[in-house]
Write a protein of this length. Structure first.
Length: 353
């Protein structure tokens, strides 16, 4: 694949790339760059973590990247996820890997690595300490946004370590591209700024779009802060569809989803269509009675959006069709957890948490 085609694919992933010049230089000098994404195992995995992450990883792999998926179990422990129970956190990590197996992630180009496997490594903690010594506490507190916290929150001491650990992850894994969500921007910028001072390679940051939650949220925030506030969240179950939700649960959540008539901005149902469904299917089919226009098929998101804005496509028809397509995309995951004995047992344990 030629250079421009590789860049085009990565631009499909990155809502923001810091910087495109650095990305171009990287791809010109390295045929198989290392990209990574880290995740806290902290319970059930929603559709943005499961399906959208798979879409992005596969695109990065298509562009020639080798992908490292960082199972940040110690980070989740430091962040007091699942009550700070490391054994439960690690079981949640196993569950998330099983989900990705069933979503079509290109596992031939993906390596899963566990943070706990390197936590006894002196070289890793040496990087953590160098970052901590060269970064102000004020800067670290601003970075707590990456773990779903605020600098005004009452934090545990372990949570202060977290940003330094995440920046160290990038250097310890020899990462060329930090490919995470926009909510992780602050620590990626910290890593880029501190890398030359510490003699590490400066990573290219490729930040993907944060999929909206299904429920309407009024916020006065702007930019990245607004995107974080409005994203789907495990702590708000009705705002998210989970990868192992039943078809009935998907239908009910989508039926209640915020979907203002003729409005595109901040419309989560349209986002599901744009970022998930049209990335996975060639046609989007809407089934409706003849008196409401009859069945219609869309070959592109642009056509669907145009009909929605004009009023030719009613929000309820859009929601029903979206639920149908999402259920079809989730069915292989449901089948995996029903038929694979290992996966089924893991899910039972996760449900017990």
């Amino acid at each position: 694949m030629d250079l421009e085609s590789r860049i085009d694919i990565i631009q499909e992933v990155g809502e923001e790339i810091i910087t495109e010049e650095d990305l171009r230089s990287l791809l010109q000098t390295k045929q198989t760059p290392i990209a990574y994404d880290g995740f806290e195992p902290s319970g059930k995995i929603h559709i943005a973590q499961g399906m959208l992450r798979t879409i992005n990883v596969n695109k990065m792999a298509k562009a020639g990247c080798k992908f490292k998926m960082w199972v940040a179990d110690w980070h989740a422990w430091a962040n007091n996820k699942l009550g700070g129970d490391l054994s439960k956190i690690q079981k949640a990590g196993e569950y998330m890997v099983e989900v990705w197996k069933a979503t079509g992630m290109d596992l031939n180009k993906v390596e899963f690595l566990w943070a706990s496997d390197v936590m006894g490594n002196r070289a890793y903690w040496d990087k953590v300490m160098k970052i901590a010594i060269n970064t102000s506490l004020k800067r670290i507190l601003r970075c707590t946004q990456i773990m779903g916290r605020s600098e005004t929150d009452v934090l545990q001491s372990s949570q202060i370590f977290y940003p330094c650990m995440q920046a160290a992850d990038i250097f310890h894994l020899d990462v060329d591209i930090a490919q995470l969500g926009m909510d992780q921007r602050k620590v990626n910028m910290l890593a880029r700024e501190i890398a030359p001072k510490l003699g590490f390679q400066k990573p290219v940051a490729v930040h993907h779009h944060m999929l909206l939650g299904l429920t309407q949220i009024n916020t006065n925030a702007s930019g990245v802060d607004r995107a974080i506030e409005m994203k789907m969240s495990k702590s708000k179950p009705n705002s998210a569809i989970f990868m192992t939700d039943s078809s009935d649960a998907v239908n009910k959540k989508m039926n209640k989803a915020f979907c203002p008539e003729k409005i595109v901005e901040d419309n989560p149902v349209l986002e599901y269509c744009k970022y998930l469904i049209f990335e996975s299917v060639k046609e989007f089919k809407v089934e409706r009675p003849e008196k409401f226009g009859g069945n219609v098929e869309y070959a592109s998101y642009t056509d669907l959006e145009s009909d929605f804005v004009s009023g030719k496509l009613h929000p309820m028809d859009l929601k029903n069709a979206t639920a149908t397509h999402i259920n079809e995309l989730l069915q292989p995951v449901r089948n995996h957890f029903e038929k694979n004995a290992k996966a089924k047992k893991i899910l039972e344990e996760i449900n017990s948490f």
